[in-house]
Design a protein around this ligand. Structure first.
Ligand code: PAF
Length: 300
């Protein structure tokens, strides 16, 4: 399709890891004719199935012009350190994870011509064996975080529009991260603790907890200077639950596969901010403790 043609010249994209969102982005780019490879810890050719198609991804080689880094928040510093020697002098790096962006440790690692971005997305994806499914239509917000990123606006935006679009470009990602944080603070711990799909949370039994989590998050967000409207957020959460009903959240999957969860970056961040502003968040505190306990048991 004409609107999917890469701009001239197209950036060569490398996607870090083989997580569900990264493989969704890689598949959509490849199917639209964009050059895309994977940056894996153990270099290998990856074969996957996506929407009835067999796709093959070669291993990315230096110099890397543009890199999407959809790894967990706690894994970002190590992933960027590993990438540094392979980056082109004007490489563009796009971080994408749940929780708040802690880019103050990443920006100083880059040279002045290397661009840093953050992308937050509500798309849902699920990887089961070698099959990747797009389980929830979402949208993304993309922000350039330094001057070098602003020089490459069009090329990066066009690619991300195909990979995880529709994309909205913003100069201030923080209100969007609070918005996404509220969604994750509801869906992720509840699905992990109840070992259920996102869609299960539409059931009546979960509504009191959903309401309470959101009320607490809205209080903290307002105190932090990023007010969220409770009624609008509740509607948005219900919408994400519906649109990703068949999906299992990343936290449910992390517990299932005995991996570290993002609870500290999501609910932990809310609890930390609540303490800073002297706000009681009993349910979020309780959920964080329960997920940490479950994670500990799962990893034993
Ligand atoms: O973490 C996740 O799983 C996703 O951010 C979301 C939007 C909750 C969909 O599953």
């Amino acid at each position: 399709m004409a609107q999917h043609s890469p701009p001239q010249p197209a950036l060569n994209w490398a996607i870090v890891g083989q997580g569900a969102i990264g493989l969704l982005a890689a598949s959509r780019l490849q199917l639209a004719g964009w050059p895309v490879q994977l940056w894996l810890r153990q270099p290998a050719v990856l074969n996957i199935h996506f929407e009835q198609q067999a796709l093959h991804f070669a291993n990315a080689t230096a110099p890397l012009a543009a890199v999407l880094i959809p790894v967990k928040s706690y894994a970002v510093p190590a992933a960027v350190q590993a990438l540094l020697p392979a980056l082109a002098p004007d490489a563009q790096l796009v971080l994408s994870h749940n929780g708040m962006a802690a880019t103050e440790h990443i920006l100083p690692l880059l040279s002045p011509a290397q661009g840093l971005w953050f992308l937050t997305t509500t798309h849902g994806a699920l990887k089961q064996g070698a099959t990747v499914r797009h389980t929830g239509q979402g949208q993304s917000v993309l922000a350039p975080l330094n001057p070098a990123a602003k020089n490459q606006l069009l090329a990066v935006q066009q690619a991300m529009d195909i990979a995880l679009g529709p994309v909205t470009l913003t100069d201030n990602i923080l209100p969007f991260l609070w918005h996404k944080l509220a969604i994750n603070a509801v869906i992720n711990p509840l699905t992990a603790l109840n070992n259920c799909s996102n869609g299960e949370l539409a059931k009546g039994q979960y509504q009191p907890q959903i309401n309470q989590i959101l009320k607490e998050v809205c209080q903290v967000a307002a105190a932090a200077g990023y007010p969220l409207q409770y009624a609008q957020m509740l509607e948005k959460v219900q919408q994400v639950i519906q649109s990703t009903a068949a999906n299992f959240s990343s936290m449910q999957q992390d517990i299932l596969h005995r991996r570290r969860t993002e609870i500290e970056a999501i609910t932990g961040y809310i609890v930390e901010q609540a303490a800073r502003y002297d706000i009681a968040v009993p349910l979020n505190t309780h959920l964080m403790q329960q997920v940490l306990q479950l994670q500990h048991l799962a990893q034993r």
